[in-house]
Write a protein that binds this ligand. Structure first.
Ligand SMILES: [Zn+2]
Length: 61
């Protein structure tokens, strides 16, 4: 496992573009995040912060 120096992890609330499901996702997800309802990819890892494909509604503290 790779060490992650950036400890500023937080959750973001995203909405699936397909089924409108709202889901909380780690903003530094290291694996692909899929919608729990329809399986659509919501975020992809980029090595650092996740790249959000779904619409980001809000950043949770
Ligand atoms: Zn969905």
């Amino acid at each position: 496992m790779r060490k992650v120096k950036d400890c500023k992890t937080s959750f973001v609330k995203v909405r699936c573009s397909k089924c409108k499901n709202e889901q909380n996702v780690f903003n530094s997800a290291s694996t692909k995040v899929n919608c729990l309802v329809c399986g659509e990819v919501l975020a992809e890892p980029t090595g650092g912060k996740a790249n959000f494909i779904a619409k980001v509604l809000e950043i949770l503290p």
